[in-house]
Design a binder for this molecule. Structure first.
Ligand code: GDP
Length: 335
């Protein structure tokens, strides 16, 4: 494949389900180079009418809870028993913070990755959360156009990535460990509230009883959360990626959720809201870039910052100056 591929070449490859072409298109989406972005945008535009037709599942939980083991076992089950086409996108925010990668260090989901109807894609290292979120959003659309009807988005539960992911999926699954409080596990406050389903994982062997009682406690706690606009009452189950117990329950609850929310209109309403909030955040980002990349703004920003710091200018005055300067610069550039 040469470098002269046009958008149409990518699009026909993606629509025919060619995973190599899909992978390359995702690389373009992830690129920050202007010519890549441009090509990615026209590929996305042409794929958009073929997207949307999947169930988007977010999976989160603290490191070590068993996310990749779960996704491997669960994904394999869906491919083999439910004839689903499963794409897994793994977001790894740690890579941008530490420079190392939690996901990259392990050989992840090899068995699932080898199945013909599965596709696994880790997200790139060294990006901002906003950047990662945009890429993931666009990658979902490409995977759908390539015929994947089940998209699983894995996020390491260490940052704000869970909130970002819950804003781009239909269903949010939290994996929990048996026998430890949320805080001890490093589950952030508010995350349980986002979940449509909490699964106490590793419910096998010695931990089975502990897992069962953790499930009961969680089920009770879920009762006290405010009702969700989806009309769905979040559930708690136990499961094990080792014995595969409980995985069928997880899937059948997901199907129940789909049925209920499609019937009451929430499924589409939620997608609509997600598109609008994606649009708003893209627009804000574009405006910010436009502003901060302006040469006059760049030159004036540091001295104005100093004046605010020293108390010579009030923040309001400073913002006024910068906006005037920016507007003049734009007007000048049009002449
Ligand atoms: P992640 O960091 O959340 O992706 O967790 P991993 O999937 O890498 O699993 C962490 C460890 O827990 C590994 O050693 C797994 O073998 C183990 N593990 C994962 N799921 C289960 C399970 O259901 N039962 C048991 N007993 N161990 C599990």
């Amino acid at each position: 494949m040469g470098r002269h591929w046009a958008a149409d070449d990518y699009v026909s490859g993606i629509l025919s389900g060619d995973r190599v072409v899909l992978g390359r298109a995702i690389t373009l989406v992830e690129s920050t180079r202007a010519e890549h972005r441009e090509l990615a945008n026209s590929i996305l535009e042409k794929c958009l009418p073929h997207s949307g037709n999947s169930f988007r599942i977010g999976v989160t939980g603290p490191p070590g809870v068993g996310k990749s083991s779960f996704i491997e076992a669960f994904g394999e089950k869906l491919v083999r028993e439910q004839a689903r086409n499963v794409a897994v996108l793994a977001i790894d925010p740690s890579s941008s913070v530490s420079g190392g990668s939690i996901l990259g260090d392990k050989t992840r989901m090899e068995k699932l990755g080898n199945l013909a109807n599965a596709f696994i894609r880790p997200s790139p290292a060294g990006k901002t959360l906003g950047g990662v979120a945009n890429c993931t959003h666009e990658t979902i659309l490409l995977c759908e156009a390539a015929g994947f009807d089940t998209i699983i988005i894995e996020t390491v539960g260490v940052g704000q990535s869970e909130t970002a992911v819950s804003g781009m999926v239909d269903f949010f699954l939290l994996l929990h460990l048996p026998g430890a409080g949320d805080e001890l596990q490093g589950i952030k406050r508010g995350i349980v509230e986002l979940a449509d389903l909490v699964a106490v994982n590793k419910a096998d062997g010695e931990r089975l009883e502990l897992a069962k009682s953790a499930r009961r406690d969680l089920a009770q706690a879920l009762h006290f959360y405010p009702e969700k606009p989806s009309g769905w009452l979040p559930k708690a189950v136990t499961c094990s990626s080792l014995t595969l117990d409980g995985l069928s329950d997880v899937w059948s609850l997901m199907l129940d959720y789909q049925q209920i929310t499609k019937a009451n209109g929430w499924f589409n309403e939620n997608r609509k809201r997600q598109r609008m909030s994606w649009f708003s955040s893209q627009l804000s980002q574009a405006l910010e870039r436009f502003f901060y990349e302006n040469d006059q703004v760049k030159a004036a920003l540091q001295p104005i910052r100093l004046s605010v710091e020293n108390g010579e200018l009030s923040p309001t005055q400073a913002v006024g100056h910068l906006m005037d300067l920016f507007q003049t610069a734009i007007a000048e550039s049009k002449k």
